[in-house]
Design a protein around this ligand. Structure first.
Ligand SMILES: [Zn+2]
Length: 332
């Protein structure tokens, strides 16, 4: 094999194109003149866990200039270097939002609900895409039997109600962590919130008030729906829970915000303390426990703030972890 230079490579590609085009010379000048589409395809992805079907639905993506204290125990330039190592812009924090719906065969279960339609309008469609993408995936919110909430930050609960304050999941039982409820329904706890989260203190009362406070509370390790068990994973918030989904020989960990924000940073650097985590040392401890378990047990991991479709396996590398994204499967 001769050594490939860049020039050879492109000449080769052109030759390959000619071969694949076959005997007819296919020239398509029309496609070159077509206007750019400027839109993305519907954002959902589906895979199986045993007999269960998991539909991953993007709620969208936003970014902010990288704050000075995004990681409170690490200098900004170190964080910027790590973003560059991930081939991401080193001056921005990119945030993705990825709820899931699980069809267990007997129940249709949503875990977390996105930023809501208000965010869709405000961001001109960049955020709050959950409802539209659910519809594109063929899921009607009226058919959801259970909504499980991991914690009470707005990006997880605001999608429970519409702009008219009516419930989006009209026929669903809403299950929420008991410790999370107790924390957020007491406004004096605002003093325990990190600075950037303080503004959210009244939001859970607004959202759940619109639902008439009709919720089922759960806590710790509890089977919420056959095959879906909660796991107390505190730190990101006081009452934060993850969920373990089991069917046949397969186990999926729906981690919620065990790593949050630009979550890949905290996969690589589990000791880094995220400005938005309520109890930062506890969040670090939880992160390591959860990922040690997931890597030892070879669990599939679904992460709310990981890059879409936000699913893969986690393995230990040095002092941190590596996410090996699941390979896209074009059939079920
Ligand atoms: Zn979140």
């Amino acid at each position: 094999m001769t050594q490939l230079t860049r020039r050879h490579l492109f000449a080769g590609a052109a030759a390959a194109g000619a071969v694949f085009a076959g005997s007819k010379t296919i020239v398509s000048p029309a496609s070159a003149a077509a206007p750019a589409a400027g839109t993305q395809n519907a954002g959902w992805y589906r895979y199986k866990v045993g007999d269960f079907e998991v539909t991953v639905v993007t709620d969208g993506q936003g970014s902010t200039p990288l704050p000075d204290s995004y990681v409170t125990n690490t200098p900004k330039d170190t964080v910027a270097k790590d973003l560059a190592a991930l081939f991401l812009p080193n001056d921005k924090a990119i945030h993705t939002y990825t709820p899931v719906v699980i069809n267990t065969g007997s129940k249709l279960v949503a875990i977390d609900t996105g930023l809501g339609l208000g965010a869709y309008a405000q961001s001109k469609g960049k955020l709050g895409q959950y409802q539209a993408n659910l519809k594109a995936a063929g899921i009607d919110t009226n058919n959801i039997d259970v909504v499980i909430i991991s914690h009470f930050h707005g990006d997880h609960i605001n999608g429970l109600i519409g702009p008219d304050n009516k419930p989006i999941f009209a026929n669903a039982e809403i299950m929420v962590p008991e410790t999370e409820w107790a924390f957020w329904m007491d406004e004096s706890n605002v003093s325990k919130l990190p600075e950037p989260a303080k503004g959210q203190i009244k939001n859970p009362a607004r959202v759940f008030g619109a639902l008439g406070d009709k919720v089922t509370k759960y806590q710790g390790k509890k089977e919420l729906v056959p095959g879906i068990t909660s796991l107390f994973t505190p730190g990101h918030t006081h009452g934060h829970h993850s969920h373990i989904v089991s069917s046949g020989n397969s186990t999926l960990l729906v981690q919620a915000d065990v790593t949050a924000g630009a979550a890949m940073l905290f996969v690589r650097n589990p000791d880094w303390q995220f400005v938005f985590d309520s109890d930062k040392p506890l969040a670090v401890e939880t992160r390591k426990k959860v990922y040690d378990m997931a890597s030892a047990d070879k669990m599939i991991v679904q992460g709310y703030h990981l890059p879409f479709p936000a699913v893969g396996n986690v393995e230990k590398v040095g002092n941190g972890y590596r996410l090996v994204p699941a390979t896209w499967n074009p059939s079920m």
